[in-house]
Design a protein around this ligand. Structure first.
Ligand SMILES: C[S@@+](CC[C@H](N)C(=O)[O-])C[C@H]1O[C@@H](n2cnc3c(N)ncnc32)[C@H](O)[C@@H]1O
Length: 316
């Protein structure tokens, strides 16, 4: 599969969002509709040796080392060659949170692509957990800088998704809803509350905000929401600012690279200051990610390296 490093954010499949490659687009200004020149050599880091963890695991949860008949190490190996964007630290956080969902509970993933994160969720969760993957495979938001125009590739993604789940032994564990997350069809396919919500679908501000707001409000009290590309994608970060930042019903727990974790619970008084302060403290990291994206687009490989970042890897 050929990754085309074109656009800087993800869309929602509603059309009219060409790839762009200038600073305005990195900042995700509404006028950012300039065609981007592909950046040679900037590939999605789609194959990660999951067995060589590069970041510390999320806080451990009782029973998180293995769930059902699978272990984390086996699962890390099983997804090592599945294309997608999920670091070992992020896989560990997904695993820990998914394995903590009790039978009878529900996990919803928005944005599955070829199944890299889906497989981790499926192998971590107990058999009695309803696991729903909402993924249209429509050709938009395939990955970093692939906003739209990838319908043909998306048909392939659908096949590969099914094949990857089958190979990982979890095709029967996952209820795939092939629809956009904002559709009635997607909402109707998920009855009742959600225990764990993983948001990694469209990355522009409006659809990302809709996911956080409309799906977030379906997470039960005490439930968890994980959000990929937080403090990395402008659209997702702005959406977080609008929905979770001030602590109206969400507590910021922490992050594994760009995967943030929020717990659904009331946050008041001094607690709220801490909650806001902890997210504000992530803003320098956000600024660094934007700078790195700008340098990659400007093909400033040496400067990118000087910042301690591999110029062939889009930040996530
Ligand atoms: C970054 S990829 C997801 C990567 C995946 N979580 C993994 O670990 O490999 C984003 C995915 O979101 C999907 N997507 C785009 N718009 C969507 C929407 N409105 N609802 C659900 N999924 C969407 C795209 O088809 C794409 O496969």
């Amino acid at each position: 599969m050929a990754w085309v490093p074109g656009g800087l954010e993800y869309g929602d499949g509603s059309g009219g969002h060409p790839q762009a490659g200038d600073l305005a687009t990195i900042l995700h200004l509404p006028s950012g509709s300039v065609d981007a020149a592909p950046v040679p050599g900037t590939a999605a880091p789609d194959r990660i040796a999951m067995t060589t963890a590069s970041s510390p695991p999320a806080s451990s949860t009782p029973g998180s080392s293995a769930s059902g008949s699978f272990g984390f190490a086996d699962t890390a190996a099983a997804v090592a060659d599945v294309e997608g964007w999920m670091t070992p630290g992020q896989a560990r956080r997904l695993w820990d949170r998914a394995s903590a969902v009790a039978p009878g509970g529900r996990i919803v993933e928005i944005g599955s692509f070829r199944g890299r994160s889906t497989i981790v969720l499926a192998r971590a969760s107990e058999a009695g957990v309803d696991l729903v993957a909402i993924e249209p495979h429509a050709g938009n938001d395939r990955g970093p800088r692939e906003i739209e125009g990838f319908a043909e590739e998306a048909a392939g993604d659908h096949e590969v998704f099914n094949g990857n789940l089958t190979a990982a032994g979890v095709r029967d564990r996952v209820r795939h809803v092939r629809a956009f997350s904002g559709s009635e069809e997607a909402h109707d396919a998920v009855p009742g509350d959600i225990d764990l919500l993983y948001v990694d679908g469209a990355h522009r501000y409006r659809p990302a905000r809709a996911d956080l707001r409309d799906w977030g409000q379906r997470v039960r009290g005490g439930g968890v929401m994980l959000v990929h590309d937080s403090f990395s994608s402008v659209g997702v970060t702005l959406a977080l600012v609008r929905t979770t930042f001030l602590g109206r019903g969400w507590r910021y727990v922490g992050r594994s690279e760009s995967m943030t974790e929020y717990r659904r619970e009331p946050v008041a008084g001094k607690d709220r200051l801490t909650h806001v302060g902890r997210q504000v403290a992530e803003l320098p990291w956000f600024a660094r990610n934007l700078l790195i994206k700008g340098l990659i687009v400007a093909r400033q490989r040496r400067l990118t390296r000087l910042l301690g970042h591999d110029p062939d890897v889009w930040p996530y």
